[in-house]
Structures are given as C-alpha cells and as structure tokens.
Ligand binder design. Sequence first.
Ligand SMILES: [Zn+2]
Length: 202
Amino acid sequence: MSHTEMLLANGEHYERRFRGPSTGRPALGVAIVACMDARVDVYSILGLHPGEAHVVRNAGGVVTDDVIRSLTISQHELGTTEIILIHHTKCGMLTFTDKEFKTKIAAETGRKPPWPSMAFADVDEDVRASIAQLKAAPFLNRTREVRGFVFDVDTGALREVRGAEMSPAGLPFAELPQLQEKAQPTDELPLVARPRALRRQG
Ligand SMILES: [Zn+2]
C-alpha cells in the first residue's frame, strides 16, 4: 500500500465528517503565500478554517509569475484584499544556490532547468523582497494590507518581518506613526488607494 493509498483512505473518513459546501469567496478576504515545507501548517498556525482564506504555496513561498496570477484572480474574482507571506527557518531554499541547483539537475537529467530555483540566502531579506514585488505588481491594485512573517520550525513562533509591510491605509507602517498612534481598536481605517508612485512600479 503506497502512502497515497493510505491518504485516500483518510479522504473517505473526511467525507463522512464533511460539514457541507460553502462559498468559494474567502470569508476573511485574505490570501496567504507560504512555503510548501511539510512543517508549516498554515491552517493551524493562523487558526484558519476551510472557506476563510486562499492559501498559495510553493518552494520557498516566493513570489513567482504564477503566484501573481493566483493573487490577481484571488483579488479580482474572489474579493481578497489582504496578503500574508509566510517563510520559515531552516528552509530548504537556504541550502543551495541557483547555480548549484541547476548544475545538479543538469548532471542527473541532462537538462538545465530554464526557470530559476529562486533559492535565497537570507529569509528575512527574501520576505522583504517578496513584499516589494507584491506592492509593485500592477494587477494587485486591490491590496489593502500586505505583511510578511517567518515561522520558526523549532519553536512554533510566527515572527513578523518589519520594514517593508504595507498598512491598511496603503502606506508602509514606518511612514504612518501618527496614524497608528491615533487609531482606536474600533476605528475603521479608510480604504485609501496606494500612492501613485507605488502603483506605477513594475
Ligand atoms: Zn521552505
């Protein structure tokens, strides 16, 4: 019995417990981009339930063209406005360079991948770069907030990467000290459009 067969048996149990269909529009209006790492349980970490958020995953949780495609559909067809990025400690993407990866694959398969591995050397730096990519993506103009985190696979802690995140008002948090201080917990921050400079990038 393969592991796939074992998992399919679990699926039969799931069907019996299934609570029924719900709308495909994420109830929380949130899209999450996370590494595919087996230790990163996005649903448990964030207390998410089915129907509440989109979860887009790949090796590294990096922003590729396909992630942009998914987020564009998420925003424009299914109403999400907030993005959460989750990278993590001890990521496999920290263990090789793009060149090493391509050389290895070429040696084993006889072909060099035409796409970049998108390996990175610093997890915080990659979160910041990923946030910058999302902010510069012209199709993601409905983004109201984007924040990035590193999940610690040893302690279970989710740590925010500061310095590049975008606030609900469409500006980096660092540029909005007064707004943050004045805001009351119950205040609804206005859905201010992003600065033109940000929207035009990319
Ligand atoms: Zn990873």
